[in-house]
Design a protein around this ligand. Structure first.
Ligand code: 9MR
Length: 458
């Protein structure tokens, strides 16, 4: 079968399974052969940071236009760039990137409206209510200028301390703990159509205090109606801050709060197959989470990186595709989205991970639980597998130890939150063909379930 026909069939299958074709881009001849087209096949974007002064480099622009369908200005929308003197706004360099993106049909992620770093001199020396007003004025003016052009804003960047789970001290923080929500409200008022993100680094490992602190803030914002639509995980990985095995749990957990998650500044120091494997794992984790709707790498060639010596990107200094590129593209093509629908392209190789449970023999269904626990809570991922005949509906019962309670559930509907909790399929994942499986998850306080779950099929 030709690649094009295979891609077309896969897209139709994915669309049929989702009940609608509207989520998916029309198949094109280059679907699945570039990062952007492959991501678009599952309704996602694949972007890169762009520097305005490189838009005259033909190798750079060639790769940009071929591979990516989203851009983030690397420095040109920061506060020092857009408001170098108070109330004097300059958008020349940012506009070069925005105009290039518009001409190429790329999305723009705006980065960033409020940050302790890269403040212009006049702002660095401000404090208190004058700074609060200046910050809100900046958010309003920049978001208004780019209304309709910036799809997603990093409204606030890096507001949490590296350790301890508290806020980072800064002149903005000293204006009052509510400065973050004030910035989000101003951004929403200025551009009600833009998606608004909180963006940070070292919030990839679910067990880290910083991750938990951001999670708690987002949960609080959602519960109080503060306008927030997404969490950006910068995901700068290196030996000191490696890709964590629980990254998918982190993505799932943020998403379960009712926000999108985006990988906003991905780079992975290293080389060869090790680096490639990690890139593939990051992409697979994103594809496994329906609300992980886009990935941005922080530059195009290794030589464009802020950490060039760590060769952390997908193209070498000459613009050649690295092993990391191939692993990323393969993962984009082999992933599933949403997690309960079949893969968008047929896998060309057998799965590399061994099945976690023995092949099904009887009728009915079975369930296995994977737990990710920390001091005060846990996330459970439950895999439901059909036996030798198709299942049209299912219910899994799990018994929680005393003191534990379910706080939120995705891809299932729970009855009860403590003791024996029943999780039934939702509309889109009741049917499981013989031998296949689906996943749902939930998060809870206390200790996770230890007893084997029961599964009843209908
Ligand atoms: O890549 C950016 C680099 O060119 C700048 O010199 C630097 C200045 O702060 O910012 C870099 O981008 C940062 C981003 O804005 C926020 N997260 C960390 C990124 C890497 O430092």
């Amino acid at each position: 079968m030709s690649k094009r026909l295979r891609t077309t069939l896969a897209l139709i299958a994915a669309g049929a399974a989702a009940g609608s074709l509207t989520l998916f881009m029309a198949p094109s001849a280059d679907a699945a052969t570039t990062l952007g087209a492959s991501a678009a096949a599952s309704g996602r974007y694949f972007g890169t940071a762009v520097a305005a002064n490189k838009l005259s480099d033909s190798t750079y622009v060639g790769i940009l236009n071929r591979e990516f369908n989203s851009v983030t200005p690397e420095n040109e929308m920061k506060i020092d760039a857009t408001e170098p003197q108070q109330n004097q706004f300059t958008f020349t360099n940012a506009d070069r990137i925005v105009n290039h993106a518009a001409a190429q049909g790329m999305k723009v992620r705006g980065h960033t409206l409020a940050w302790h770093s890269q403040q212009p001199g006049w702002m660095q020396s401000m404090e208190g209510s004058a700074l609060r007003s200046a910050m809100l004025n900046h958010v309003t003016r920049v978001a208004t200028y780019y209304k309709g052009k910036v799809v997603t804003w990093d409204v606030v960047n890096e507001a949490f301390a590296d350790s301890g789970g508290g806020r980072r001290d800064s002149n903005l923080q000293r204006t009052g703990n509510d400065w973050i929500e004030a910035a989000f409200r101003a951004a929403r008022a200025a551009d009600p159509g833009a998606k608004l993100c909180y963006n940070d680094y070292n919030i990839d490992n679910w067990t880290w205090a910083k991750t938990q602190a951001v999670y708690t803030m987002v949960r609080d914002f959602k519960s109080r109606g503060v306008p927030i639509d997404c969490v950006g995980l910068q995901s700068h990985f290196n030996s000191g801050s490696p890709y964590p095995g629980n990254y998918r749990t982190t993505l799932e957990s943020f998403a379960a709060l009712g926000v999108d998650v985006q990988i906003t500044e991905l780079d992975i120091e290293g080389s060869g197959q090790t680096q490639a494997t990690t890139y593939g794992n990051v992409v697979k984790d994103c594809l496994a989470v329906a609300r992980c709707n886009g990935i941005t790498v922080w530059g195009i060639r290794d030589s464009d990186s802020w950490r060039a010596s760590g060769t952390p990107l997908l193209f070498d200094g000459s613009g050649n595709k690295k092993a990391a590129y191939t692993a990323t593209l393969d993962a984009l093509n082999g992933g599933t989205t949403p997690p309960t629908t079949p893969p968008t392209t047929p896998p060309t190789t057998p799965p590399t991970t061994p099945p976690t449970s023995p092949p099904p023999t009887g009728t009915g269904c079975s369930a296995t639980v994977t737990l990710n626990s920390w001091n005060t809570g846990f996330t459970a991922t439950v895999r439901v597998t059909a036996g030798a005949t198709q299942v049209n509906g299912w219910a899994v019962t799990l018994t929680l130890p005393s003191g534990a309670a379910v706080t939120n559930t995705w891809n299932a509907q729970n009855t009860g939150t403590t003791g024996a909790v029943r999780f039934a399929n939702v509309s889109y994942n009741g049917r499981i063909s013989a031998g296949s499986s689906t996943e749902f998850g939930f998060q809870g306080t206390g200790t996770g379930p230890t007893a084997t779950p029961t599964c009843v099929a209908s």
